[in-house]
Design a protein around this ligand. Structure first.
Ligand code: FAD
Length: 320
């Protein structure tokens, strides 16, 4: 295995954490790592991807009003048809990553493995692990089709570590006529206003569940998160009830987080929730039911009513 391609994704603040994780993973798999990107400032991107071990950065330009997946998959597929064949393509389990993977799979007629939580190399073959049945079972898969093997990897599957390398060699790449796939245009962009750390990167996460009882009580979660310089989060029950947006959801169908501290408030601890937070370094659970499954993964359990415990915690921290 010699060549790995990584699709990196960027926000206004810089690379997504998962993109740096993928570059780190790619370095462990092959000697030659190339990154792809779109939007943003290509020169600073070349520095960042280089410092995570990529030798080349292909920056796809001219995407201002085009959805990313059609041009990105077109550029990757045409590079491959012109003879630049990677062994592996790594994409993040994000909206754009999944979209590019599906299009690539169809264009190249190659299988794609999604929801990867671990990727290991043995005897020059890659094995991917996938959490199934709400994270209660892990299955291992491998691709036997000719390269490239396409993997869509979940965030937090590995820890991002810089390699200390210099800037990657930058190449601007355009794309031709996208035909019907280019017909959808981006007409406006909305940047979600947020204060405090992002849920994906926060070292403290305070998460609320149905046990809060109503939307108004969720304000306690936000307040505690702010006092601890952390990010607020929620179980799916809370998201489904419309108390907070989907971006707050932790779990199998939400985000996977691994903070230093995860405080679960009024959350039962269903396996679909645990799969998103059980990798946290320390878990504190507040639940009025001493038999709640969340206590099985908690380092510290508080059996009590969130409406009594949370105000006390907030009061104690506010007076500091
Ligand atoms: P509940 O299970 O209703 O638990 C509420 C808890 O609050 C109880 O333990 C109760 O004892 C406690 N409580 C009640 N009142 C108080 C009080 N006053 N003080 C203290 N404690 C109190 N769930 C996720 O979270 N994330 C996912 O990504 C996710 N994906 C799913 C995917 C699939 C395919 C399926 C089928 C389900 C998924 N779920 C997910 C849903 C999951 O199964 C649970 O239904 C959900 O996690 C329950 O949320 P909860 O713990 O907030 O609510």
């Amino acid at each position: 295995m010699s060549k790995v391609w990584v699709l990196t994704e960027w926000s206004n603040e810089g690379p997504l954490g998962v993109s740096l994780e993928l570059l780190t993973l790619a370095r462990e798999l092959a000697e030659e790592v190339s990154a792809f990107s779109f939007g943003g400032d290509p020169s600073s991107q070349a520095e960042v991807v280089g410092s995570y071990g990529a030798g080349r950065l292909f920056h796809i330009s001219g995407l201002e009003d085009t959805l990313p997946a059609p041009p990105v998959s077109t550029v990757m597929a045409s590079k491959i048809s012109s003879g630049d064949l990677p062994d592996v393509i790594l994409l993040a389990s994000t909206y754009d990553g999944r979209d590019v993977a599906a299009r690539l799979s169809a264009k190249l007629d190659r299988p794609v493995l999604t929801n990867v939580v671990e990727l290991t190399k043995k005897d020059d073959r890659l094995y991917s692990s996938h959490a199934v049945f709400g994270g209660t079972q892990i299955v291992t898969a491998t691709i036997t089709a000719p390269p490239p093997a396409i993997f869509v990897v979940r965030p937090k599957s590995t820890t991002a570590q810089p390699s200390g390398g210099g800037p990657a060699e930058l190449e601007e790449v355009g794309f031709g006529d996208l035909g019907a796939t280019g017909a959808a245009k981006v007409v406006s962009r909305h940047i979600e206003e947020a204060t405090g750390p992002k849920l994906d990167d926060a070292s403290v996460v305070v998460s609320g569940g149905r046990g809060l009882g109503n939307k108004e009580s969720y304000a306690m979660i936000e307040e505690l998160a702010k006092l601890l310089h952390g990010a607020p989060a929620a179980s799916r029950a809370v998201v489904d009830a419309g108390w907070v947006p989907y971006a707050y959801q932790v779990g199998q169908t939400g985000k996977i987080v691994k903070p230093d501290l995860y405080i679960a408030c009024g959350i039962s601890g269903a396996t679909q929730h645990l799969v998103g937070m059980k990798g946290s370094k320390k878990i504190v659970a507040i639940n009025k039911d001493p038999e709640a499954p969340i206590f099985q993964v908690a380092d510290l359990g508080i059996v009590g009513d969130v409406h009594k415990v949370l105000p006390k915690l907030i009061e104690a921290l506010s007076s500091k």
